[in-house]
Design a protein around this ligand. Structure first.
Ligand code: HEC
Length: 185
């Protein structure tokens, strides 16, 4: 028993010395081992699952919320997550882990799966993710804006360039309209 314990302590010390000597490569160009990736994924999924169980998803499939989401997405997310018709950016190319490209994902028809994903996306957009470049937008945006962005991200699956541009143009038109009503200039 004591022998086993000493062996464990000795191995732990060796690991600490190895890490302190710089043996581990923190470079973003050096991929994780398969096992490390699986562990990170499991920790991330469990963490998000535990924190989103009780979230109430509002009505996401209406024109107003989608336009608001399109406007936010276009302004804040494309540098990393890209958009239909857009080439990879210098920023998106250098990321590790890579940011998912939402419009290349398969559309979801199952309503329950959509709700589940909406909760997860809302939480990630609001709180960000440690040790990735995903920022916490909840520090600068209210929940309504974040649900709107969530709605648009879900809507983007399999979206064409034309559909995307229509959304952005309509969102810009609406913005101008508000300006004329709201301000005198
Ligand atoms: C600086 C780069 C960057 C910006 C800007 C950014 N993201 Fe991310 N985002 C990431 C990265 C990297 C990941 C992947 C993290 C991972 O693999 O765990 C991510 C993950 C996500 C996820 C989780 C996806 C999944 O399948 O689990 C969502 C949702 C998301 N981002 C939405 C957004 C939205 C919406 C915006 C704009 C408001 C945004 N992101 C802006 C880098 C960024």
């Amino acid at each position: 028993m004591i022998k086993l314990f000493s062996l464990l302590v000795a191995s732990l010390i060796l690991v600490i010395i190895a890490l302190g000597s710089g043996a581990y490569n923190m470079a973003a160009t050096e991929k994780h081992w398969g096992i490390t990736e699986k562990i990170i994924e499991w920790v991330r999924e469990s963490s998000i699952e535990a924190r989103t169980k009780d979230l109430q998803v509002p009505q996401l499939d209406n024109a107003e919320i989608l336009l608001k989401g399109a406007e936010h997405y276009h302004a804040m997310c494309t540098a990393c997550h890209l958009a239909p018709g857009m080439s990879p950016t210098e920023l998106s190319t250098g990321l590790y882990p890579q940011a998912p490209v939402f419009h290349q994902r398969e559309a979801i028809n199952d309503q329950a799966e959509k709700q589940h994903l909406a909760k997860k996306y809302f939480w990630v957009i609001k709180n960000g993710l440690k040790m990735t470049a995903m920022p916490a937008w909840g520090l600068s945006h209210d929940d309504h804006s974040i649900w709107a962005t969530t709605a648009f991200v879900l809507k983007m699956r399999k979206m064409t360039q034309e559909e995307y541009e229509n959304f952005i143009h309509s969102a810009e038109d609406q913005e101008h309209h508000h300006d004329h009503n709201g301000h005198s200039h």
